[in-house]
Design a protein around this ligand. Structure first.
Ligand code: SF4
Length: 257
């Protein structure tokens, strides 16, 4: 149903799915047939024990890799692999992940560990800055910076100097990009969230159920967006701000990444 929608200028939507890939091998073909363009897969380690420790899941890295291969085979592209880097837990996996995906056409994106939701027990000393990620990979596989694809792109791009493809780093903690942030999130029951660290959303479902026209709904979204002041990542270093939100943040599993 989503794949049939076009943008106002008549272009297809860029439809992508973020997944832990536990069902991807089984579902990739039907997702592709339904009109999905690409997938982003969460994978925090190549090593099984570390992967399970990070994610508290009971499937193996091999299952994720099989899902990625199947997605590639059915033409979902480009595939991105998201690795959240937590110092002391999976930072030894940075280079093995780069090594595994180099030359495959798959882009690994290294994401600084963030205090999303209230359940991941975030601490600043577990954040490994992206600059350190780049330094560690560059030592083994030399890197060069690449221009952003568009303004507001969340990942900073780097390419392997030998032509082995590219990686991205997302520095949400050490280099906040709230000023360029253009992300809006819709929960499954129709609440609109303007920030990953929001504590409440706007009820769009009430407008739809209330019989409002598309134009009225669109105007309501525009109004909410224009009144936006979110910049949590720029204020995270202030303990009072962190404390005020600590228990009230929504979980990422509820609104997507
Ligand atoms: S903290 Fe909020 S406003 Fe800032 S980049 Fe993240 S989602 Fe966007």
């Amino acid at each position: 149903m989503l794949a049939r929608i076009e943008t106002v200028s008549g272009k297809p939507l860029d439809l992508t799915l973020t997944t832990n890939a536990s069902l991807l091998a089984r579902k990739a073909q039907s997702l592709r047939d339904a009109g999905l363009s690409r997938v982003s897969v969460s994978l925090d380690a190549m090593d099984d024990a570390t992967f399970r420790r990070m994610n508290d899941v009971d499937f193996a890295v091999a299952d994720v890799l099989h899902g990625i291969e199947t997605a590639q085979a059915v033409g979902l592209a480009p595939i991105k692999v998201n690795m959240v880097v937590k110092r002391g837990t999976n930072d030894a996996e940075i280079v093995p992940m780069a090594r595994h995906f180099r030359g495959s056409g798959i882009i690994v994106r290294y994401i600084e560990f963030m205090d999303v939701g209230a359940s991941n027990h975030w601490q600043m000393d577990e954040v490994l800055p992206s600059a350190e990620v780049v330094r560690r990979i560059d030592e083994v596989f030399p890197l060069a910076p690449v221009q952003a694809n568009y303004s507001g792109e969340t990942a900073e791009r780097w390419r392997y100097r030998d032509g082995g493809g590219e990686i991205g780093v997302i520095s949400s903690v050490t280099h906040a990009f709230c000023g360029d942030c253009s992300r809006i999130r819709l929960s499954t029951e129709g609440r609109l969230y303007l920030c990953l660290f929001a504590t409440e959303g706007y009820d769009l479902r009430a407008l739809l159920r209330g019989g409002y026209s598309d134009l009225q709904v669109s105007n309501a979204i525009a109004q909410v967006w224009q009144g936006r002041t979110d910049n949590y990542s720029e204020q995270r270093s202030n303990p009072a701000v962190r404390q005020a939100r600590a228990e009230r943040k929504i979980e990422m599993s509820y609104i997507g990444g």
